[in-house]
Design a protein around this ligand. Structure first.
Ligand code: GLA
Length: 345
Protein backbone atom coordinates (compact mmCIF):
# COMPACT_ATOMS: atom_id res chain seq x y z
CA UNK A 1 0.00 0.00 0.00
CA UNK A 2 1.38 3.45 -0.87
CA UNK A 3 1.85 5.91 2.00
CA UNK A 4 1.52 8.95 -0.27
CA UNK A 5 -0.11 9.58 -3.65
CA UNK A 6 -0.96 12.64 -5.72
CA UNK A 7 -3.63 12.97 -8.40
CA UNK A 8 -4.38 15.72 -10.89
CA UNK A 9 -7.63 16.35 -12.75
CA UNK A 10 -8.03 19.09 -15.37
CA UNK A 11 -10.93 21.43 -15.97
CA UNK A 12 -12.57 21.49 -19.40
CA UNK A 13 -13.68 23.64 -22.26
CA UNK A 14 -16.71 22.51 -24.22
CA UNK A 15 -16.25 23.45 -27.87
CA UNK A 16 -19.90 22.84 -28.66
CA UNK A 17 -22.81 20.66 -27.52
CA UNK A 18 -24.36 22.42 -24.52
CA UNK A 19 -27.20 21.06 -22.38
CA UNK A 20 -27.11 17.90 -24.45
CA UNK A 21 -25.36 15.53 -22.02
CA UNK A 22 -28.37 14.89 -19.78
CA UNK A 23 -30.50 14.53 -22.92
CA UNK A 24 -28.47 11.55 -24.22
CA UNK A 25 -27.07 13.81 -26.92
CA UNK A 26 -23.65 14.80 -28.28
CA UNK A 27 -20.89 17.12 -27.06
CA UNK A 28 -17.36 18.04 -28.10
CA UNK A 29 -15.29 19.01 -25.03
CA UNK A 30 -11.57 18.97 -24.33
CA UNK A 31 -9.58 18.90 -21.09
CA UNK A 32 -7.49 22.02 -20.42
CA UNK A 33 -4.14 22.30 -18.69
CA UNK A 34 -5.41 23.98 -15.51
CA UNK A 35 -6.92 21.74 -12.87
CA UNK A 36 -6.97 20.48 -9.29
CA UNK A 37 -4.21 18.55 -7.53
CA UNK A 38 -4.87 16.39 -4.47
CA UNK A 39 -2.01 15.03 -2.35
CA UNK A 40 -3.13 12.18 -0.12
CA UNK A 41 -1.11 10.68 2.74
CA UNK A 42 -2.22 7.61 4.64
CA UNK A 43 -3.10 7.93 8.34
CA UNK A 44 -3.44 5.09 10.82
CA UNK A 45 -7.20 5.17 11.48
CA UNK A 46 -10.35 5.89 9.44
CA UNK A 47 -10.21 9.68 9.77
CA UNK A 48 -10.06 12.06 6.81
CA UNK A 49 -8.31 15.38 7.41
CA UNK A 50 -8.79 17.67 4.42
CA UNK A 51 -7.12 21.03 3.81
CA UNK A 52 -8.23 23.44 1.06
CA UNK A 53 -4.92 25.21 0.44
CA UNK A 54 -6.29 28.26 -1.39
CA UNK A 55 -8.98 28.96 1.20
CA UNK A 56 -6.87 28.00 4.21
CA UNK A 57 -9.81 25.95 5.53
CA UNK A 58 -9.89 22.47 7.02
CA UNK A 59 -12.34 19.64 7.58
CA UNK A 60 -12.09 16.40 9.59
CA UNK A 61 -14.48 13.46 9.75
CA UNK A 62 -14.52 9.67 10.00
CA UNK A 63 -15.06 7.51 6.91
CA UNK A 64 -18.65 6.29 7.06
CA UNK A 65 -19.79 9.42 8.97
CA UNK A 66 -19.73 11.94 6.08
CA UNK A 67 -23.25 13.32 6.20
CA UNK A 68 -25.27 15.45 6.22
CA UNK A 69 -23.70 17.57 3.49
CA UNK A 70 -21.87 20.56 5.01
CA UNK A 71 -22.02 22.56 1.74
CA UNK A 72 -19.09 24.43 0.14
CA UNK A 73 -15.86 22.60 -0.72
CA UNK A 74 -16.34 20.17 2.19
CA UNK A 75 -19.39 18.71 0.43
CA UNK A 76 -17.12 17.55 -2.41
CA UNK A 77 -14.66 15.80 -0.09
CA UNK A 78 -17.28 14.12 2.06
CA UNK A 79 -19.37 13.27 -0.99
CA UNK A 80 -16.37 11.71 -2.75
CA UNK A 81 -15.53 9.34 0.09
CA UNK A 82 -19.20 8.51 0.75
CA UNK A 83 -19.96 7.78 -2.91
CA UNK A 84 -16.80 5.71 -3.45
CA UNK A 85 -17.75 3.63 -0.41
CA UNK A 86 -21.35 3.33 -1.65
CA UNK A 87 -19.96 1.96 -4.94
CA UNK A 88 -18.16 -0.75 -2.94
CA UNK A 89 -14.68 0.70 -3.51
CA UNK A 90 -11.92 0.51 -0.88
CA UNK A 91 -10.89 3.54 1.18
CA UNK A 92 -8.29 4.39 3.83
CA UNK A 93 -7.94 7.18 6.36
CA UNK A 94 -6.02 10.08 4.80
CA UNK A 95 -4.73 13.58 5.04
CA UNK A 96 -5.77 15.42 1.86
CA UNK A 97 -4.09 18.59 0.63
CA UNK A 98 -6.21 20.18 -2.10
CA UNK A 99 -4.65 22.75 -4.41
CA UNK A 100 -4.43 23.55 -8.08
CA UNK A 101 -4.42 26.07 -10.83
CA UNK A 102 -8.06 26.45 -11.85
CA UNK A 103 -10.39 29.35 -10.99
CA UNK A 104 -13.52 28.36 -9.06
CA UNK A 105 -16.94 29.02 -10.54
CA UNK A 106 -15.55 30.48 -13.77
CA UNK A 107 -17.26 27.91 -15.98
CA UNK A 108 -14.16 25.76 -16.54
CA UNK A 109 -15.51 22.87 -14.46
CA UNK A 110 -13.47 23.38 -11.33
CA UNK A 111 -16.13 21.27 -9.57
CA UNK A 112 -15.61 18.25 -11.81
CA UNK A 113 -11.83 18.65 -11.55
CA UNK A 114 -12.14 18.60 -7.77
CA UNK A 115 -14.40 15.53 -7.72
CA UNK A 116 -12.22 13.59 -10.14
CA UNK A 117 -8.93 14.48 -8.41
CA UNK A 118 -10.36 13.53 -5.01
CA UNK A 119 -11.67 10.19 -6.26
CA UNK A 120 -8.44 9.31 -8.08
CA UNK A 121 -6.32 10.20 -5.04
CA UNK A 122 -8.52 8.28 -2.58
CA UNK A 123 -8.62 5.22 -4.84
CA UNK A 124 -4.85 5.25 -5.51
CA UNK A 125 -4.11 5.55 -1.79
CA UNK A 126 -6.25 2.45 -1.17
CA UNK A 127 -4.46 0.67 -4.05
CA UNK A 128 -7.82 0.11 -5.77
CA UNK A 129 -8.12 -1.21 -9.31
CA UNK A 130 -8.56 1.46 -11.99
CA UNK A 131 -12.24 2.41 -12.40
CA UNK A 132 -13.15 3.05 -16.10
CA UNK A 133 -14.28 6.56 -17.15
CA UNK A 134 -18.07 6.08 -17.35
CA UNK A 135 -18.55 4.46 -13.93
CA UNK A 136 -16.07 6.87 -12.33
CA UNK A 137 -17.80 9.85 -13.98
CA UNK A 138 -21.12 8.57 -12.58
CA UNK A 139 -19.68 8.37 -9.06
CA UNK A 140 -18.36 11.93 -9.42
CA UNK A 141 -21.67 13.21 -10.71
CA UNK A 142 -23.42 11.59 -7.73
CA UNK A 143 -21.18 13.76 -5.55
CA UNK A 144 -22.46 16.80 -7.43
CA UNK A 145 -26.11 15.63 -7.51
CA UNK A 146 -26.46 14.26 -3.98
CA UNK A 147 -23.97 16.31 -1.96
CA UNK A 148 -23.69 19.65 -3.76
CA UNK A 149 -27.28 19.80 -5.00
CA UNK A 150 -26.68 20.39 -8.72
CA UNK A 151 -28.37 17.98 -11.11
CA UNK A 152 -25.52 18.20 -13.61
CA UNK A 153 -24.79 15.56 -16.25
CA UNK A 154 -21.57 13.70 -17.09
CA UNK A 155 -19.96 16.10 -19.60
CA UNK A 156 -17.45 17.74 -17.28
CA UNK A 157 -16.29 14.61 -15.49
CA UNK A 158 -15.83 12.64 -18.73
CA UNK A 159 -13.92 15.52 -20.33
CA UNK A 160 -11.62 15.69 -17.30
CA UNK A 161 -11.10 11.92 -17.24
CA UNK A 162 -10.64 11.31 -20.97
CA UNK A 163 -8.72 14.41 -22.09
CA UNK A 164 -5.79 14.13 -24.40
CA UNK A 165 -3.35 16.53 -26.00
CA UNK A 166 -4.23 18.12 -29.36
CA UNK A 167 -7.72 16.59 -29.44
CA UNK A 168 -11.28 17.25 -28.42
CA UNK A 169 -13.63 14.34 -27.72
CA UNK A 170 -16.92 13.66 -29.43
CA UNK A 171 -18.99 12.11 -26.66
CA UNK A 172 -22.20 10.27 -27.50
CA UNK A 173 -24.14 10.18 -24.23
CA UNK A 174 -26.50 7.51 -25.53
CA UNK A 175 -24.12 4.94 -27.00
CA UNK A 176 -21.27 5.75 -24.58
CA UNK A 177 -18.80 6.05 -27.45
CA UNK A 178 -16.04 8.65 -26.97
CA UNK A 179 -13.97 9.46 -30.07
CA UNK A 180 -10.97 11.81 -30.25
CA UNK A 181 -11.32 14.60 -32.82
CA UNK A 182 -8.06 16.29 -33.82
CA UNK A 183 -8.05 19.97 -32.89
CA UNK A 184 -5.66 21.52 -35.42
CA UNK A 185 -5.96 25.28 -35.12
CA UNK A 186 -2.80 26.47 -36.90
CA UNK A 187 -2.46 30.18 -36.10
CA UNK A 188 -6.00 30.42 -34.76
CA UNK A 189 -6.59 30.51 -31.00
CA UNK A 190 -9.31 29.50 -28.60
CA UNK A 191 -9.75 31.76 -25.59
CA UNK A 192 -12.11 31.89 -22.65
CA UNK A 193 -13.30 35.10 -21.06
CA UNK A 194 -14.78 35.09 -17.58
CA UNK A 195 -18.10 36.96 -17.41
CA UNK A 196 -17.25 37.83 -13.80
CA UNK A 197 -20.43 36.20 -12.51
CA UNK A 198 -19.60 33.24 -10.33
CA UNK A 199 -22.16 30.59 -11.02
CA UNK A 200 -23.22 27.65 -8.92
CA UNK A 201 -25.44 25.17 -10.69
CA UNK A 202 -27.25 24.31 -7.49
CA UNK A 203 -28.64 27.84 -7.33
CA UNK A 204 -28.96 28.71 -11.01
CA UNK A 205 -31.76 27.78 -13.37
CA UNK A 206 -29.84 24.67 -14.39
CA UNK A 207 -32.04 22.25 -12.43
CA UNK A 208 -35.13 23.97 -13.85
CA UNK A 209 -33.91 23.41 -17.42
CA UNK A 210 -33.43 19.72 -16.66
CA UNK A 211 -36.97 19.53 -15.36
CA UNK A 212 -38.27 21.22 -18.51
CA UNK A 213 -36.52 18.63 -20.70
CA UNK A 214 -38.06 15.83 -18.64
CA UNK A 215 -41.48 17.48 -19.01
CA UNK A 216 -41.01 17.70 -22.79
CA UNK A 217 -40.19 13.97 -22.93
CA UNK A 218 -43.20 13.15 -20.81
CA UNK A 219 -45.51 15.22 -23.02
CA UNK A 220 -44.18 13.47 -26.14
CA UNK A 221 -44.02 9.96 -24.66
CA UNK A 222 -40.31 9.55 -25.41
CA UNK A 223 -37.60 8.47 -22.98
CA UNK A 224 -35.07 11.15 -23.92
CA UNK A 225 -34.78 14.16 -26.22
CA UNK A 226 -32.38 12.11 -28.36
CA UNK A 227 -35.54 10.51 -29.75
CA UNK A 228 -37.03 13.86 -30.70
CA UNK A 229 -38.03 14.36 -34.35
CA UNK A 230 -38.47 17.88 -35.79
CA UNK A 231 -42.15 17.18 -36.50
CA UNK A 232 -42.82 16.60 -32.79
CA UNK A 233 -41.89 20.15 -31.79
CA UNK A 234 -45.27 21.65 -32.66
CA UNK A 235 -46.93 19.35 -30.10
CA UNK A 236 -45.07 21.00 -27.25
CA UNK A 237 -46.26 24.10 -25.34
CA UNK A 238 -43.93 27.09 -24.82
CA UNK A 239 -41.25 27.18 -23.48
CA UNK A 240 -40.76 23.39 -23.77
CA UNK A 241 -40.81 23.60 -27.59
CA UNK A 242 -37.92 26.08 -27.54
CA UNK A 243 -35.88 24.04 -25.02
CA UNK A 244 -36.35 20.86 -27.09
CA UNK A 245 -35.51 22.62 -30.34
CA UNK A 246 -32.23 23.83 -28.86
CA UNK A 247 -31.26 20.26 -27.93
CA UNK A 248 -32.20 18.87 -31.35
CA UNK A 249 -30.25 21.53 -33.26
CA UNK A 250 -27.29 21.56 -30.84
CA UNK A 251 -26.73 17.83 -31.43
CA UNK A 252 -26.62 18.51 -35.16
CA UNK A 253 -24.15 21.36 -34.60
CA UNK A 254 -21.77 18.99 -32.79
CA UNK A 255 -21.50 16.79 -35.86
CA UNK A 256 -21.26 19.83 -38.11
CA UNK A 257 -18.35 21.04 -35.93
CA UNK A 258 -16.60 17.64 -36.18
CA UNK A 259 -17.03 17.89 -39.93
CA UNK A 260 -15.70 21.48 -40.06
CA UNK A 261 -12.63 20.45 -38.03
CA UNK A 262 -11.96 17.48 -40.30
CA UNK A 263 -11.99 19.88 -43.28
CA UNK A 264 -9.87 22.47 -41.44
CA UNK A 265 -12.71 24.93 -42.00
CA UNK A 266 -12.28 27.16 -38.95
CA UNK A 267 -14.56 29.99 -40.20
CA UNK A 268 -17.35 27.38 -40.37
CA UNK A 269 -16.57 26.34 -36.80
CA UNK A 270 -16.89 30.00 -35.77
CA UNK A 271 -20.31 30.25 -37.41
CA UNK A 272 -21.42 27.16 -35.46
CA UNK A 273 -20.23 28.69 -32.17
CA UNK A 274 -22.29 31.79 -32.91
CA UNK A 275 -25.35 29.70 -33.74
CA UNK A 276 -24.93 27.72 -30.52
CA UNK A 277 -24.78 30.95 -28.54
CA UNK A 278 -27.89 32.38 -30.20
CA UNK A 279 -29.76 29.19 -29.39
CA UNK A 280 -28.60 29.14 -25.75
CA UNK A 281 -29.65 32.78 -25.43
CA UNK A 282 -32.97 32.73 -27.29
CA UNK A 283 -34.27 29.16 -27.05
CA UNK A 284 -32.66 27.75 -23.91
CA UNK A 285 -32.58 31.15 -22.16
CA UNK A 286 -29.48 30.61 -20.05
CA UNK A 287 -27.58 33.80 -20.96
CA UNK A 288 -27.14 36.89 -18.80
CA UNK A 289 -26.20 40.53 -19.58
CA UNK A 290 -22.65 39.83 -18.35
CA UNK A 291 -22.28 36.82 -20.67
CA UNK A 292 -23.63 38.90 -23.57
CA UNK A 293 -21.06 41.62 -22.79
CA UNK A 294 -18.26 39.02 -22.82
CA UNK A 295 -19.44 37.70 -26.20
CA UNK A 296 -19.54 41.25 -27.60
CA UNK A 297 -16.00 41.93 -26.29
CA UNK A 298 -14.73 38.85 -28.12
CA UNK A 299 -16.55 39.71 -31.35
CA UNK A 300 -15.30 43.30 -31.16
CA UNK A 301 -11.77 41.90 -30.97
CA UNK A 302 -12.38 40.04 -34.21
CA UNK A 303 -13.48 36.59 -32.97
CA UNK A 304 -14.83 34.37 -35.75
CA UNK A 305 -17.31 32.96 -33.25
CA UNK A 306 -18.10 33.21 -29.56
CA UNK A 307 -20.54 31.54 -27.23
CA UNK A 308 -21.39 31.06 -23.61
CA UNK A 309 -20.03 27.80 -22.31
CA UNK A 310 -21.25 25.26 -19.77
CA UNK A 311 -24.54 25.60 -17.97
CA UNK A 312 -24.89 29.37 -18.41
CA UNK A 313 -26.23 31.92 -15.87
CA UNK A 314 -22.61 33.06 -15.43
CA UNK A 315 -19.20 31.52 -15.93
CA UNK A 316 -17.08 31.87 -19.07
CA UNK A 317 -17.48 32.56 -22.75
CA UNK A 318 -15.46 30.77 -25.44
CA UNK A 319 -14.09 32.63 -28.46
CA UNK A 320 -12.38 31.44 -31.63
CA UNK A 321 -9.82 34.00 -32.77
CA UNK A 322 -8.38 34.09 -36.29
CA UNK A 323 -4.75 35.18 -36.75
CA UNK A 324 -4.39 38.87 -35.90
CA UNK A 325 -7.57 39.10 -33.79
CA UNK A 326 -7.17 40.78 -30.41
CA UNK A 327 -8.03 38.86 -27.26
CA UNK A 328 -9.83 41.17 -24.82
CA UNK A 329 -8.12 41.93 -21.49
CA UNK A 330 -8.47 39.01 -19.12
CA UNK A 331 -8.96 36.40 -21.84
CA UNK A 332 -7.20 33.09 -21.24
CA UNK A 333 -5.84 31.02 -24.11
CA UNK A 334 -6.90 27.38 -23.81
CA UNK A 335 -5.54 24.28 -25.51
CA UNK A 336 -6.33 20.59 -25.13
CA UNK A 337 -4.29 18.84 -22.44
CA UNK A 338 -3.97 15.36 -20.99
CA UNK A 339 -6.75 13.83 -18.92
CA UNK A 340 -6.88 13.16 -15.19
CA UNK A 341 -4.09 11.01 -13.80
CA UNK A 342 -2.31 9.72 -10.73
CA UNK A 343 0.98 11.63 -10.55
CA UNK A 344 2.81 9.92 -7.69
CA UNK A 345 2.20 6.71 -5.86
C1 GLA B 1 -22.63 22.11 -16.81
C2 GLA B 1 -22.91 20.68 -16.36
C3 GLA B 1 -22.76 19.70 -17.51
C4 GLA B 1 -23.53 20.15 -18.74
C5 GLA B 1 -23.28 21.62 -19.03
C6 GLA B 1 -24.17 22.15 -20.12
O1 GLA B 1 -21.29 22.27 -17.15
O2 GLA B 1 -22.03 20.33 -15.31
O3 GLA B 1 -23.16 18.41 -17.09
O4 GLA B 1 -24.89 19.88 -18.61
O5 GLA B 1 -23.47 22.44 -17.90
O6 GLA B 1 -23.81 21.59 -21.34
Amino acid sequence: MPSHVAAFAPGRVNLIGEHTDYNEGLALPFAIEAGVRVDASATAGRAIHAHALDLGERDSYELGAEGPSPGGWRAFVRGASAELAAAGLPLRGATLEIGGTIARGAGLSSSAALEVALCLALLALADADVVPPWPLARICSRVENEWVGAQTGLLDQLASLCGRERAAMRIDFRSGVIEPVALELGDWRLVTLDSGVVHTHAESGYNERRRECAQACEALGISSLRDLEPAMLSALPAPLDARARHVLEENARVDAAVDALSRGDLPALGTLLDASHASLRDLYEVSTPELEAAVVALRDGGAAGARLMGGGFGGSVLGLLPPGALAPAGALEVAPGAGARVLER
